[in-house]
Each structure stands twice: as C-alpha cells, then as structure tokens.
Design a protein around this ligand. Structure first.
Ligand code: ATP
Ligand code: MG
Length: 254
C-alpha cells in the first residue's frame, strides 16, 4: 500500500501513514531497522496520551520556539526517523527560527548520512551538515560521538528529536541547551532536556514552527519570559499523569 492508497476516512489514518513513512524510510536506506522498534515504542505512548497534544506539551513547544529564537547558534539534529516522518516540517522549522540542520545518527554510516541529507534537500533544505564529522561529543565512543565542528559542536541550543538517552546526557554535559521531542516522559532524553516536548514528532515540529511564527515580533525580554515561565518538571509530571491516570474514554472524547 502506498501513502496515497491509505483511505483518509480510516479511523487509524494518521497512524497508518506514519507506519508507512517509517517503512518507506527503511526501504530507501534512510531509517535503520532499530528505527522501526523506536516507532513502535512511540506509538504505544501516543495511544496512552490519546494521540493529542497535551496543554503541557503545547507550553513546551512555545518555550522551545522562544529558546530557538533567542539562540545564537541553534542546530536541529536529524536522524533516520525524523527524516522519514517529517522532512518538510523539519526544514520549515529550521527556516522559521534560523537554525542549521545536521544529520546525526546513532548508527552512523556516511552512506546513510548522505541519503538523509539528499532527502532533506528534496524537501527544501539548502545546507545540511553532518558529513564533515570533524567534531565530537566528549564522553561517547567515536562512532556515536561524531558531529560537525561548526554544527552541533559549536551550537548553543540543539533540538534533538527522538535522541538516545546517553547522547542527550553527553550533550547536556557539554553545556548545550537541549530541546527534546519524545513521547515517553520516563525516557532519559526528555528527563535530561531543558525543554522536553512530550508529543508526537509529527504534531510537535509544526507546532513549534507555529509558535515561532507567532513570537516572531516578540522582544528578547518577552521571549525570555516565555522560557522562564516554562517548568520542565511540571510538564513531565503532567504527561506522566495523563498516561497513568487517563482513561480511554477521555481519549475518545479528545
Ligand atoms: P532511553 O531511556 O535511553 O532514552 P528509550 O526507551 O528512549 O531509551 P529508544 O527506543 O531508542 O530508547 O527511543 C525511542 C524513543 O523515541 C522512545 O522513547 C519513543 O517514545 C520515542 N518516539 C518514537 N517515535 C516517536 C515519535 N513519532 N514522536 C515522538 N517520540 C517518538
Ligand atoms: Mg529515549
């Protein structure tokens, strides 16, 4: 079945399209097989969240937009799942906040980096970093720590959607301000983040862009207030509460 053959009135339409994109990503050498497992994990959490953006996740998206607009050198890290699921949306976010795009893979191969960079260019990206590999994230073995010296290594703010917990911790130790998108509020990566967005990447990335457009004329002081008012621990607790105490009846009503 291709994406266009999935009936739009199917009750699981969004989920089927998502699965199809990940599957196509694997077939095209963009997404790793491990990415299929990560996707399955994410779907389970999304189901429990009612497949909606919680108010706390919307607050996080707004804080993320303000953080990116205040940044000197923001970089969005793109892995195989992000490239397969939301390539155009990720390019639009980079444009809206003036961020660089860098391909950064847990299972790094030059071939896969190149394919993802090409895929992003097909979706409108001009420059895509990640192939130089002349920088490092200290504290990780070489294959997992390789980054671009003028990309993630030099960034002050990094967006790391679906990042592995170890690498999120190592980036934090480098002093980066981290924005993480992850559906599991218990995962180490959102728990390490300055701004954890507990939401589906497919909803979260366009939502951060929309907030950035809304905040485009805000003063630095106004942006700083948005950042300061955001409470990461409270957002994680709200997501955990929605998962543990929600009911499927609530989800149907949402
Ligand atoms: P750790 O605690 O080390 O971070 P992990 O459980 O996060 O481990 P992985 O399976 O590698 O380990 O991570 C995949 C993560 O990505 C999961 O937390 C999952 O919820 C999240 N995820 C997968 N697909 C999406 C998506 N579309 N949007 C948001 N998050 C997603
Ligand atoms: Mg994780």
């Amino acid at each position: 079945m291709t994406e266009t053959e999935i009936p739009e009135d199917h009750p699981r339409y969004a989920s089927l399209v998502t699965r199809h994109r990940i599957e196509a990503g694997v077939e095209r050498g963009i997404t790793s097989k491990q990415g299929l497992i990560a996707q399955g994990r994410g779907e389970a959490f999304d189901y429990l969240l009612g497949e909606r953006t919680l108010p706390s996740a919307d607050d996080a998206a707004r804080a993320a937009a303000a953080t990116l607009l205040l940044a000197d050198r923001p970089v969005i890290s793109v892995n195989g799942n992000v490239a397969a699921l939301a390539p155009g949306e990720t390019v639009e976010l980079a444009e809206a906040v003036g961020a660089e795009l860098e391909v950064n893979l847990f299972n790094h191969t030059d071939e896969r980096v190149r394919r993802i960079a090409d895929h992003l260019r097909e979706h409108g990206a001009d420059e895509v970093k990640g192939l130089a590999g002349d920088g490092e994230i200290p504290g990780l073995d070489h294959a997992r720590g390789v980054v671009d010296a003028d990309g993630i290594e030099a960034a002050d703010v990094v967006v790391v959607p679906l990042e592995d917990g170890d690498r999120a911790a190592a980036l934090d130790a480098m002093g980066k301000t981290e924005i993480v998108v992850d559906l599991n509020p218990g995962s180490r990566s959102p728990r390490t983040a300055d701004v954890p967005i507990v939401d589906n990447l497919l909803r979260a990335v366009p939502n951060v862009t929309a907030h950035a457009e809304d905040l485009a004329d805000a003063t630095p002081a106004e942006l700083e207030r948005v950042v300061d008012e955001f409470d990461a621990d409270a957002a994680l607790d709200a997501a955990e509460g929605a998962i543990r105490e929600g009911s499927f009846a609530d989800a149907d009503a949402a």
